[in-house]
Design a protein around this ligand. Structure first.
Ligand SMILES: CC(C)(COP(=O)(O)OP(=O)(O)OC[C@H]1O[C@@H](n2cnc3c(N)ncnc32)[C@H](O)[C@@H]1OP(=O)(O)O)[C@@H](O)C(=O)NCCC(=O)NCCS
Length: 188
């Protein structure tokens, strides 16, 4: 794999984003409907070109789209969402993706990064790994439990959390995130 993380600024990238987001729609916390090219054209005009509320990123593997990350601005908060294209799932890539999109969020000063995620979503493990902590948990009318979590950059997992997650190759992961974010920001 040759991974890179790029900001969506062009229409063809916005179509790639549509495709990968629709592959991920079942895991979305809020809108799970299939988005259309027409929806995406409005999103492109309102959000990508003029950039009001959202920042969108693609995780690429060479030219292939491996996943995406989204940040929704809400005052000083950014709400994070992430998803992987189907062929890239079950390879432990979610932690890497979540760490990348979270770090990118801090490019603006004074930002807090938040996520709301259902307790049965596999992303929850990656969120914990990446340093999100529980702020609130709300039982939904359909009985599912929605966790509201805030990122802490200085967070160290407690013994019980780390034990439950089992951290086999954290150093490799840190080095990967470091290399990709340096390339992203053009650092050496
Ligand atoms: C959520 C998502 C990013 C997870 O990625 P993934 O490739 O499926 O999962 P990963 O291979 O990274 O595994 C995630 C963790 O779950 C564990 N896991 C995988 N399958 C599991 C299973 N059946 N039961 C329990 N744990 C499992 C993995 O071991 C891994 O934990 P670890 O990193 O501590 O080892 C991906 O499924 C996706 O894009 N879903 C649709 C979009 C979505 O739901 N996004 C989140 C919105 S909040």
């Amino acid at each position: 794999m040759k991974l890179s993380f790029v900001r969506v600024t062009k229409w063809d990238q916005t179509l790639d984003l549509l495709n990968v987001r629709n592959q991920c729609r079942d895991g979305m916390t809020h809108t799970t409907r299939l988005l259309t090219e027409e929806d995406q054209a409005k999103f492109f005009a309102n959000e990508i070109v003029s950039g009001h509320t959202y920042e969108c990123y693609l995780l690429k593997d060479g030219e292939a789209v491996a996943g995406y990350g989204l940040l929704k601005r809400d005052g000083d908060k950014k709400w994070m969402t992430a998803g992987l294209a189907r062929p890239y799932r079950a390879k432990h890539l979610s932690r890497l993706l979540i760490s990348l999109i979270t770090e990118v969020a801090y490019a603006d000063p004074g930002i807090e990064v938040w996520i709301d995620v259902y307790s049965d979503n596999l992303a929850l493990r990656g969120d914990l790994h990446a340093g999100y902590e529980f702020v609130d948990s709300v039982r939904q009318p359909d009985g599912r439990l929605l966790h509201i979590m805030k990122h802490r950059r200085d967070r160290r997992l407690g013994e019980s959390e780390a034990g439950r997650l089992a951290l086999p190759d954290i150093l490799t992961e840190i080095n990967e995130v470091d290399a990709i974010s340096r390339a992203f920001y053009g650092l050496r």
